[in-house]
Design a protein around this ligand. Sequence first.
Ligand code: GLA
Length: 694
Amino acid sequence: MRLSCSAIATVFTALVFAAIPQLNAQATQYAEKPPLLVGAAWYPEQWPESQWDHDLSLMEAAHIDVVRVGEFAWSTMEPSEGHYDFAWLDRAIALAAKHHICVVLGTPTAAPPAWLTTKYPETLRVDENGVRDEHGNRQQFSFTDPLYRRFARDIAEQMAIHFGHNPDVVGWQLDNEYGNPSFDPTAKAQFHAWLQKKYGTIASLNRHWATAYWSQTYDNFDEIPVREDGENPALLLEWKRFVSDTWKSYSENQIAAIRPHADPRQFITTNTMGWFEGFNEYTVHSVLDIAAWDDYIDSDRYDYLANGAAHDLTRGYKMKNFWVMETEPAFVNWRPTNTPLQKGEVRDMAWQAIGHGAETVEYWQWRSAPNGQEEYHGVLVGADGTPVPVYYEVQQVGKEFAEAGPEIAGTSPHSEVALANDFDSRWAIGFQRHSAGFDPVNEMLAFYKPLRQQSQAVDMISIDTPLDGYKLVELPALNVISQATADRLMAYVRQGGHLLLGPRTGMKDEYDALEPQRQPGPLVDFLGGRVDQFYALDYAVPVSGELGDGTANIWAEQLSVQAPDAKVLLTYGKSNGWLDDRPAVITRSVGKGRITYVGAWLDAATMGRLTQQLLQQAGVQPILPGVPEGVEVCQRSNAEKSVLILINHNTKDEHVGLPEPMRELIGEPGIGSQETVSAVDLPAYGVAVLETQK
Ligand code: GLA
């Protein structure tokens, strides 16, 4: 089933503006047929117009529903200052619509034209060492420069005036992969003003930052240095928060230009980068309509659990379904060795995205540019305009999305367990890792993986998210904790919640200063235990207890029990003398719930057993029990329906028995098998999409 762009726009309207009753007629007429979308990044400005129709025909044949265009095309849209040319883009959008392909418009502000940066060099970014960027690459602009913001606002506004009511334009992507801050004089002055607004007086800042240390005491805000390492950790933390607020206002600048001229059905987002830690995504997403991310494998092999975690992270930015704005057509060009995904893994990844709450999967890119920095990157169509092998796998994805889309429409993942991602804490640990192996993201994943495997659904949330809906909440390393957060956590446990705190939790206040109590700071009395000392490890330390035998690695905290009803679950064995026979994990039942503190980075098997015990205590069941390891279970549901997506990430066949008959929405050998089955046989990288009874 193929839907028009207006129909697809309706989906976004429902997704983004569910609360707005007045929708235009075009946006509502296909309300009952929301699909899943396959898309590609298309750069028509790089190709002779005579080739567009051929490209779009191939896209239509691959079931591509959406293209992202305009991103990086500033020099084509505004060839000289104040002279805009959108005629070519009108034609590209109209031609795409003829092929039933709708459009996300990218504002081109990640790639300013040469006339702009030549005439106004102050718009160029300055690095930490005071060196100004040059033209030729991208993202070379200063994110604070008022003049750059004016140009960015103007191009965004002109685009919105022109395309804001175009029925084939479904949404907007601001810029591209926000990343590098600038250290130019404006940025520094704004940081100083930001600090002054927050602290009021320099004396207050000196107190919170403990600047008597190394004679850092400041007399004025403008004396404060601006660097991203080697400084007082309080300064480093505030700089990250300032950068986050600045990317937020950078977004608002363009949103204010677009929104007054654009239909409410057109969403506004930007494309983010998974675990990128340059700024606080929750801050930036507070002004965006939906979340979107670029799903690239950043290691040599596809680690499906880690990738699923990044999807859940992105879903957590707005706590609703999201877009995969870019993903790789088998390989990229920027890793040391750009090994491809295995045949079948592109489809595997596409369905994983849907399973974790994506509405759209877009490939980067459609066709290699004739020249440029990315000539080796994976594509769907070569520079010669004919398909490369992965095109056919994406075509299969497109067919399957079209087939299963109507049943999946309106559903999303739901979970009884949550894992908190906290930028302040990740940054604070990053500033002073203390143990080289203590990568905060890897530590999050050490908690996430067994939780996901055993519960089969995890919400990755900000620490500010209400917790009442969750039976189990895990805070892998909530290093920075405020009293208000501690109060919320205690109320959650008293009311029946199960809470797991990981190592390094509760060590710092919001200013990155050491808590006056030991860890976990304001939760010490509540836990009935504390950290007496922490140790970085370069060897494995044995642990044992009611969770069995295992090891602590990278990090181990010597705990002590203070409340008589706090119980020790694991104890360290012989190691450095300090840790010998001391508690490694303690737990205490409080009110209707339970708090548990694990002071060590446990081996995977022991962490798995701890997770199992916590899930049991919290009363969390897996969605589908008895599934072979390596077969991922995803569920999307709403009040009326529920769909299971099973993905065999293994390289061998797997058999999955179902607790009840289910209707297959896609199937082998034919696409769109409507058969009802009581078990599925999944080949390597195989996928089953099943409608379950509600
Ligand atoms: C990023 C960018 C794209 C492209 C890809 C290549 O995601 O957004 O423009 O450079 O990387 O992998």
